[in-house]
Design a protein around this ligand. Structure first.
Ligand code: KDG
Ligand code: MG
Length: 403
């Protein structure tokens, strides 16, 4: 199973995606997502300039050895660019292994541990009323778990509130990031009212989630967690910046609202303390940014020992290739919690034909050999890369704040 070809495909069917395609001498192909939102070309260069030459001629079946070779062999450890590049290689090799074995990847991981993968959708509105109505729209479509985000009175723009309804996309094309303005007091006054209105309108028969997107201090987060308790959130996500791990101890002392963290982490070393000290309830690392299926499985296994469940990131900047891989892992691990699911645009779905499907509030991975996802290279070539950035956030006095 010698690797004969390694290609990095950059495409922008509405938003940028970087995909690695590996082909073996016998003609088997595997794909891996390598998209790092707003820094796409750094990963493309890492793969093209530094990884591709190391892969050619290597045995594609040696996933564990190749992972260690790329990780330890670089000397420089971790970081989103490196770990996304390694993830892409790892994912593509699992895809190939599945095809070589004639089995879906979840079978290679030990088989299905559940019927399907519970997902949460994104309901958002410019106002509280709009957000509450949107939650209803998701419930009508069969979602059993819904994340709610709303515009905050007095703030022009807020994280999570899109221009359209289904395809929230925070990255904007251009040569400079968009800038947004934030006021913690306005948000903290408003957020409990939002939860209250959602539960008042739709009851408690579904899981309700909310993303703070890294913006509070620990004591502010503790206050919000406490205020949210009557509304029984499934989780409060990223209440503080992910670097401040000690901060989660303070949050824990004050509230039993479950905490989810980890979409910006890229290795087990970023989250082992949060897990082993039981400072979080859900770990949000996912395949593309945390070293692929091989490494994410280690994180999930560690988390299982401490009753921390999985809750992988699944925003639109994670391509259908990542989603397919995430689903194979989600369906097989014992401590699965939930999977984020933001459907992609029809343009993106056409570039990445895939077999997973939404059914009854769950995603079901396909049963064909490998991951059940591919890239249509001809179509991808029609959408050239466009420079784009995630927003930069400032306080009302101009101070740069976490976005
Ligand atoms: O690229 C950044 C987005 O994926 C992120 O802002 C989305 O926080 C996010 C989420 O929970 O989906
Ligand atoms: Mg988030």
């Amino acid at each position: 199973m010698k690797i004969a070809d390694v290609r990095v495909i950059v495409t922008c069917p509405g938003r940028n995606f970087v995909t690695l395609k590996i082909t073996t001498e016998s003609g088997l192909t595997g794909v891996g997502d390598a998209t790092l939102n707003g820094r796409e070309l750094a990963v493309a260069s890492y793969l093209n300039d530094h990884v591709r030459p190391l892969l050619l001629g290597r045995d594609a079946s040696q996933i564990n050895d190749i992972w260690q070779y790329l990780y330890k062999g670089a000397y420089w450890r971790r970081g989103p660019v490196t770990m996304t590049a390694i993830a892409a290689v790892d994912t593509a090799l699992w895809d190939i292994k599945g095809k070589a074995a004639g089995m879906p990847v979840y079978q290679l991981l030990g088989g299905k541990a559940r019927e399907g993968v519970l997902v949460y959708g994104h309901a958002n509105g410019a106002t509280l009323d709009e957000a509450v109505a949107e939650v209803g729209r998701f419930l009508d479509r069969g979602y059993r778990a819904v994340r709610v985000q709303s515009g905050v009175p007095g703030l022009a723009a807020t994280y999570g509130v899109g221009k359209g309804r289904d395809f929230y996309e925070p990255a904007t094309a251009g040569t400079r990031p968009e800038e947004t303005v934030w006021a913690t007091e306005k948000y903290l006054d408003f957020a409990p009212k939002l939860f209250d209105a959602v539960r008042e309108a739709h009851g408690f028969g579904f899981h309700l989630l909310h993303d703070v997107h890294h913006r509070l201090t620990p004591i502010e987060a503790a206050r919000l967690g406490k205020a949210a308790e009557p509304y029984r959130l499934f989780w409060l996500e990223d209440p503080i910046s992910e670097e401040l791990q000690e901060g989660f101890r303070l949050i824990r002392r004050h509230t039993v609202t479950p905490i989810a963290v980890g979409e910006v982490y890229n290795s087990i070393w970023d989250c082992h303390r949060l897990i082993t000290e039981q400072l979080i309830d859900y770990i949000r690392t996912t395949v593309v940014h945390a070293g692929g299926i091989t490494h994410l499985r280690r994180i999930f296994d560690l988390a299982a020992l401490y009753h921390v469940k999985t809750g992988s990131h699944g925003a639109t900047d994670l391509s259908p290739v990542c989603m397919a891989a995430a689903l194979h892992l989600d369906i097989s691990v014992p401590n699965f919690g939930i999977q984020e699911y933001m459907p992609h645009t029809p343009e993106t779905d056409a570039v990445f034909p895939h077999s997973y499907r939404f059914e009854d509030g769950m995603l079901i991975p396909g049963d064909e050999p490998g991951l059940g996802v591919d890239i249509d290279e001809e179509l991808a070539a029609r959408y050239p890369y466009r420079q784009a950035y995630l927003p930069v956030n400032r306080l009302e006095d101009g101070t740069v704040h976490d976005w």
